[in-house]
Design a protein around this ligand. Sequence first.
Ligand code: NIG
Ligand code: FE
Length: 440
Amino acid sequence: MPRRASPSRAAVSRRSREIEQVGVSQADLVIHHARLLTLAPLSEERPRTGAAAGDVGTVENGWVAARDGVIVATGRDGTWEHLELTADATVVDAAGAVVMPGFVDAHTHLCYAGQRWDEFVTRKSGADYLAVLERGGGIHATVRATREASDDALLALLERRLAEAARLGTTTIEVKSGYGLEPEAELRSLRIIARAKANAPIDVSPTYLALHALPARHVAARRAFVREAVAAVAMVASEGLAEAVDAFVERGVFETDDVRPLVKAARDAGLALTLHADQLNDVGATAFAARMKARSADHVANASADGLRALARAAIPAVLLPGSAFFVGYTPPDARRFLAAGVPLAVASDHNPGTSPIVGMPSAIALAVALCGLSPHEAIVAATINAAHALGRGERTGALVKSRRADIVLLRTDDERELAYGLGAPLVGTVFAGGRPVRS
Ligand code: NIG
Ligand code: FE
């Protein structure tokens, strides 16, 4: 891919229209002199596929201005000097840096206690992962450790993980429950996530992971457990504890038939649906997610061609989680199959103590390129605007465009492709979430 692909005529006129908006409003934050990745849409806003799947909307010597946490204009060269600035405005000369939207991590399990060192060092394949779970380890081990931790200890762990994600450039993050299993314990986790959200420097999107594993006391009464989990959806929604519900649809874990009543309850309660779909085996969960009009289908490493066609038809993003393929040792999802089928792709960290202990989005981007075959620019689209769509925030964040949240990251490099290359390098500099520095 050429380093500085010249933007299309439509892109140029769209980007110059934004420059004309200078002077419309005062700014209290200006970042200028940057290689700006706007991620602006070429026409209307929608999950990016086709040629748009790798268009990061580059503006050389670009600038972005914000007021009260909202982007008011973007432009190029010295035109920012015509902006009216507030008395206490912050003006950042970003010479030599890439400036881009904050990352959107659309799939995480940050609310847990304990680690799974032993399982991690002995496990060798996806088959092993399911065998450990079947024997009462895996997810169940984290459920036990989470139960034993006090609310305050759990909150402190979650807040530390949110702060780490923010320092690594994440400005919007999904956080699932799922290590309580029993509805009461799931509600406890969701209430802790709500407390963390209230204080978080970044935007948190909570998800009720209602069907993650079957607790031991329910093995003979699986339907009864599903009924209890389904019954909890209304309560979760009435307390405003989640935006979506999720389930682990996998051989020997939960089946699409278990999930159907959950989908109905979510719909009735006005919650979105997302699924752990076809992670280790093709169980038809990807096509099922599309039929159920899920917000996203996640993992999808073993999704069938039918599943891909169904996602493409419905324009539903597939969220690739390469950290889990890397650490569990199964074949990662092949991004080229999805792109060829016209499926919008997002990338997320899937941070959890079992399958994906990776921290932060730069690592997820590097793994998505190295393991799944995305180009660096496709991975950046997948980690910003497409991930925002996967969380129902495609109009709110994920791009440096007027009227969006001022979620902005400065990279300590003049070439964003280094995100895919310098795995582990400290590339993230200043991070603004809603216009406020979360790290400087
Ligand atoms: O996304 N596979 C299901 N859920 C998580 C892992 C949970 C765990 O092992 O603790 C995942 O991979
Ligand atoms: Fe997950």
